[in-house]
Design a protein around this ligand. Structure first.
Ligand code: NCD
Ligand code: ZN
Length: 384
């Protein structure tokens, strides 16, 4: 058993002080006071001055394994994630080979099981080879996942998108879309959703007019979800190659307002590690999973958005969307937790990244909110 003692406890629904008892991988009990509590064989973790949150769940991570392990591999990516406070990752299918077949699924899931670090929910490509032409063999892949995405390869063919939405309803899976051009494809997909129904999650939106479109359809009562990245709410007008691009000040403000007004469901990192050489050659993407929480926290503090809301977007909503019994600090829930110092300031230093990808434009920027410890199923898997 472990007791995290004298700690501020925050999740989407609470912000309080107390003591969290963990046993058998679960949150056993939350005590307001330890008077009359007998603690035998209990490891005490001093939480004074710290805050405990549900660990973070990333719905959009690129781990590059198999095929591009010089950029990242399953071990380095998951170590980096744990350092960032994440214990569950939805990993994108743009590996080599593309994850559109049983063999690649087995490789990723078996290797991750052996590593015993994060929980990996591997995303399948939506179309064979992410070529946008033919939907993958669902029958063989639905036993591994209920998430399907071609990510960076936008589904340009409307007929394929229609079919994907129909099938998502029939087989109860989610279609995750990366839309380029963003506004036009989101507009098309929401029109299709209105007609056909289905389970749609829109990835990393970045434009004011996209959020306005999303607002229009959510206000009409349509059910779908969407995400933003930490970098699009952190900075605007930066000349650094990433998909979608950094946008202007008004776009950034609209995303933050979208968070305030509950039109944005999830913050997902889009952690996209690359080598120095690939970046020079023009590969888009930012390596950021180990600092994503600090980046988001800075934005939330500056805009007076509550920590409850932050926990909602980093943990509660992703858990709900993925159907996981985590994302809250609640008795009986899985003890997936992160201990943070909300006030500790530090300078981002890409040379200390555990990720192989040091590609990040925020080097030397000051942020606050340091992850001190990451606990998965009751076990300490990272400690600062
Ligand atoms: C993605 C990657 O590197 O896998 N990069 C990114 O900037 N988001 C691919 C992509 O979505 O274009
Ligand atoms: Zn993408």
């Amino acid at each position: 058993m472990k007791l995290i003692k004298d700690v501020r406890i925050i999740d989407y629904k609470k912000d309080t002080y107390g003591h969290v008892l963990i046993s058998d991988g679960k949150i056993r009990k939350i005590f307001e006071s330890l008077d009359n509590v007998e603690l035998l064989d209990t490891e005490i973790i001093d939480g004074k001055g710290l805050c405990i949150l549900p660990s973070f769940i990333d719905m959009h991570t690129h781990l590059r394994d198999p095929g591009f392990v010089y950029k990242e591999d399953l071990k380095t990516g998951q170590k980096a994630a744990l350092k960032g406070g994440y214990t569950t990752l939805c990993t994108m299918a743009n590996t080599k080979p593309v994850c559109d077949n049983e063999k690649t699924f087995k490789y990723i899931l078996d290797k991750s099981k052996d590593l015993n670090l994060c929980d990996i929910i591997q995303i399948s490509a939506l179309t064979k080879g992410q070529s946008g032409k033919e939907i993958v063999n669902l029958e063989s892949l639905l036993k591994f996942t209920n998430l399907f995405s071609d990510d960076g390869h936008t589904i340009y063919d409307e007929e394929i998108m229609k079919e994907a939405l129909k099938l998502s309803k029939r087989h109860n899976f989610k279609v995750l879309t990366h839309c380029q051009p963003e506004y036009e494809i989101v507009d098309r997909d929401l029109k299709l959703l209105e007609k056909i129904g289905g389970n749609l999650h829109i990835c990393h939106i970045s434009l004011k007019k996209t959020i306005e479109k999303i607002k229009e359809y959510k206000d009409k009562g349509h059910k779908f979800t969407c995400e933003v990245t930490p970098h699009h709410i952190f900075k605007s007008n930066i000349d650094y190659k990433v998909n979608p691009s950094f946008r202007n000040k008004e776009d950034k403000k609209a995303l933050i307002d979208g968070i305030k007004n509950d039109y944005i469901d999830v913050i997902a990192t889009d952690h996209a590690p690359h080598s120095k050489e690939d970046k020079v050659k023009g590969s888009p993407g930012i390596s950021l999973i180990e600092i994503a929480f600090s980046m988001a926290l800075k934005v939330f503090k500056e805009n007076n958005i509550s920590l409850n809301k932050l926990s909602k977007l980093l943990s509660y909503n992703p858990a709900k969307i993925l159907g996981l019994k985590s994302g809250l600090i609640k008795e009986g829930y899985t003890a997936n937790l992160v201990l943070v110092d909300l006030d500790e300031e530090y300078k981002i230093d890409t040379s200390t990244f555990l990720s192989k990808g040091k590609n990040n434009p925020f080097n030397k920027e000051t942020v606050n909110g340091r992850v001190k410890m990451t606990i998965k199923e009751g076990e300490i898997l990272y400690s600062h």
